[in-house]
Design a protein around this ligand. Sequence first.
Ligand code: NAP
Length: 426
Amino acid sequence: MNIAVIGLTHKTAPVEVREKLSVPEEVREKATSHLCSYPHIQEATILSTCNRLEIYIVTSDTDNGVREVNQFLSEWSHCPLRQLRPYLFILLHQDAIMHLMRVAAGLDSLVLGEGQILSQVKRAHQLGQQYKGVGPILNRLFKDAIAAGKRVRTDTNIGTGAVSISSAAVELADLRINNLPNCRIAIIGAGKMSRLVVQHLLARNVQQMVIVNRTLERARELAQQFPEAEFDLHVMVDLLPVVASADLVFTGTAATEPILERDALAQVINNGRLLSIIDIAVPRNVHANVTELTQVQLFNVDDLESVVAQNQEARRLMALEAEAMLEEELANFNAWWHSLAAVPTIRCLRNKIETIRTQELEKALSRLGTEFAEKHQGVIEAMTRTMINKILHEPTVQLQADQDLASRQRAIQTLHELFNLDVVET
Ligand SMILES: NC(=O)c1ccc[n+]([C@@H]2O[C@H](COP(=O)([O-])OP(=O)(O)OC[C@H]3O[C@@H](n4cnc5c(N)ncnc54)[C@H](OP(=O)(O)O)[C@@H]3O)[C@@H](O)[C@H]2O)c1
């Protein structure tokens, strides 16, 4: 068995490619079952965020497993593989394990050390389990990666003061727009990203904001979390008039199709004023054709890179410290992984001894005859079972705990020869 990850990230692909491959939660079950239906994929789960789409698999045949994921990605995005290939990365085993640990720790994020990715990795694990894509190996890998991510966050300062995509968006607005507190600001969406936008705008003395959301209830809940600010709440039917009367708009909904595009916007915007839109959603909420309107300046998540870069330098040293921790976590995972090599031998040895036990027990009981009560039979059955378990306990533990791969392999071989084991790999 081998572990592999195939995907693309903000480092390998621009937002217009990433959004084609996004796998929203509503379709995660379908996508996971599709992946698991391929003959060489034993386990699979999907990590889909605004900055990455990564498919983790356990495969019995690496070349074919990777080929099957490529085929899935091409079908999913309706893009020929030759068009996708330049954007994809493939990492195998050690590199795949280390990659997930780095991702969970926030070391592969656009914003180094940001915290949202850890909950997104947890969610990928949880949904993978729910949709039966995660088996024993990915389960252990994701648990270890999440523990590693938490450890990096608690034992280093990488998360301290780390910006999020939302705070970078607000910083970009502050850099591009004069006198932010006096701007008319609208936020489209009322989820996690929008909440962070509000929080960071407040930190920059913005007191008044308009929120437009699909459901008014969620917009109200968001507003209630910030009693110090003044909100004007709307639902989506008011989107265009709200945008038209704003100077600055943040869009952060989970809509899978654009909610703002050129023609609709052109009819409502005031020609005399500049409108700035910062779209932090992936798939993007604002169609790229909006850039054709001269009075609109549009930014997307990829435009945040320049803002983030200034913030990264101080974190690089902490990232080095974190990498050393992740090496230890990788070694722990590998110790567990290698211990799996002994499992078929242990299983075979147990089966063989269990067969001997039941045969001999049957013979002994038939010799003792019918006067031997059922209760006594139970006692003998339990005693023989306990004896076998106790005898096998120590060699089982030793075989799995041996850190030296060569010596473990020798011990496995010796067991095969001494007990004449015919091990079937499953
Ligand atoms: N979470 C992150 O770390 C992160 C980072 C960067 C970018 N992003 C991107 O930001 C966007 C929002 O993420 P989130 O984590 O804030 O999501 P979230 O907490 O699940 O909130 C989703 C928001 O989108 C609205 N929405 C969902 N489907 C919609 C549709 N079809 N039309 C209009 N509104 C719709 C929801 O409205 P209701 O309240 O009515 O359901 C809600 O306001 C996503 O595109 C995501 O990729 C997320």
